[in-house]
Design a binder for this molecule. Structure first.
Ligand SMILES: Cc1cc2nc3c(=O)[nH]c(=O)nc-3n(C[C@H](O)[C@H](O)[C@H](O)COP(=O)(O)O)c2cc1C
Length: 174
């Protein structure tokens, strides 16, 4: 069962967890792929409720998100298995099927094609309505140095793209 929530009533809970790690889940080409994120923004633009996720160029999640621009945000609500966030934050969907490996239970979505995850039950269903590659020239020196060293074999830093997901549905899986 899905218990509907008013997203602003849970904004504090959601953002407190983003700081510690939540999942975004994407799906394309028959694969569902959850990834841990520690950065995210909740707010309003164009009069719509929006969750913004920041995804680096190197992530498999980015590859899938560019093919199917929809995602769910999966937030702990009560007790949860911490290994979910550590595995989804260190292993790539290019190498393993994280859903299978962790025994995650997928929940049929209401408005998009990407499922929620029962183990992290507070769910935001999001449709990407805007995306923006972050401009390296607009990032200050301190953050460039700290977050964007040039990976071996690359000629530029592993920059983030901001994906603005309009929140189409919000609920807790019970
Ligand atoms: C606590 C934590 C927070 C993270 N936050 C982000 C993030 O906001 N954006 C991002 O691109 N990667 C982030 N990562 C790294 C990805 O989760 C990690 O590289 C993952 O293995 C990528 O999976 P994928 O290749 O299947 O997309 C985070 C990792 C951890 C452990």
């Amino acid at each position: 069962m899905k218990r509907k929530i008013e997203v602003w009533d849970e904004a504090g809970h959601i953002l407190a967890h983003v700081g510690k790690g939540v999942l975004i889940t994407v799906a394309a080409e028959g694969q569902v792929n959850p990834m841990t994120i520690g950065w995210g923004t909740l707010g309003i633009q164009w009069g719509k409720p929006i969750f913004i996720a920041f995804v680096r160029e190197s992530r498999y999640t980015k590859e899938l998100l560019d093919k199917n621009p929809e995602f769910t945000v999966n937030v702990p609500y009560g007790e949860y298995d911490k290994s979910i966030l550590s595995i989804c934050g260190t292993r790539s969907g290019r190498d393993i099927d994280k859903v299978k490996e962790l025994g995650l239970t997928l929940e049929e979505p209401e408005t998009i094609s990407v499922p929620g995850i029962r183990q992290l039950p507070l769910t935001l269903e999001c449709k990407v309505i805007y995306r923006q590659d972050q401009d390296p020239n607009a990032i200050n020196e301190e953050n460039t140095r700290r977050y964007y060293p040039i990976p071996e074999g690359w000629d530029h830093g592993d920059y983030h793209t901001a994906y603005y997901g309009q929140i189409m549905a919000a609920y807790v899986i019970e």
